[in-house]
Design a protein around this ligand. Sequence first.
Ligand code: NAD
Ligand code: ZN
Length: 255
Amino acid sequence: MRTDNPISLLARRIRTSSRITVLTGAGVSAASGVPTFRGNAGLWQSYSPEDLATPEAFARDPGLVWEWYNWRRELIAACRPNAAHFVLAAWSRRYPGFTLLTQNVDGLHEQAGTENTVRFHGSIWEVSCWNRCPGSPARWVDATVPLRTLPPGCPYCGGWLRPGVVWFGEPIDPGILDRAISATDCDLFITAGTSSAVHPAAGLVAASRRRGAFTAEINPETTPASATVDWSVRGPAEVVLREVEDLLRRDITLT
Ligand code: NAD
Ligand code: ZN
């Protein structure tokens, strides 16, 4: 077996690492039909996500922001996990020291059966009260598709509901951030399908390298992380991860 190609190198690293962390972004769901933010298909009408996914945009026009989320929820509801999600789900069950950090809000990792998932940016299937009214939980699941009234009303105070996601400019839940930072203390850190442009998630791979992890990126395009990771693999996550998994499974069958 050749050991100098990225697929076998990744397979070897996975076999010999006891703590593995994978950070995923929108690119991992692209093959499922979920549009990324930074591609042509990511544009919605004439708005950019930065104009819609902010508390300021919501305060200005909650109906417009909910129209966009309603559209995304309908679109995602029709999507199914792809090979990238299924391979990561298999690793989460096979390797005890495996953590999946995801910036995705679509729920496809969970649908694929992934264990130990840390959702960095919340879930598009959850909602919370815009006023954070005292009677309401911090977030709860409401997967109604499509929502009939936009913006939907809070059942506790009658005010507006907001999507249960983290918007640009909002802080990450401190408990989630702690879990993500703990997960940077690993032997192998793979960042897959993310533009590495949205902080603080984008800083995790470098943090992990500083802590001694071997770092790898899987992305068809160059990103700001490409120059700093130990190994940059150019290709779609659903293809690269499938090939790595094929090698790993061949080994399992042989031993
Ligand atoms: P992004 O849209 O900024 O970047 C997508 C990245 O994926 C790009 O670097 C692109 O080259 C890469 N890519 C495209 N196809 C790929 C493939 N088949 N395999 C691997 N990589 C591929 O997404 P981001 O970096 O995740 O950051 C944007 C923010 O938007 C995140 O906070 C995320 O929560 C949110 N978002 C989520 C979803 C989702 O839940 N599916 C979709 C869009 C945006
Ligand atoms: Zn309320």
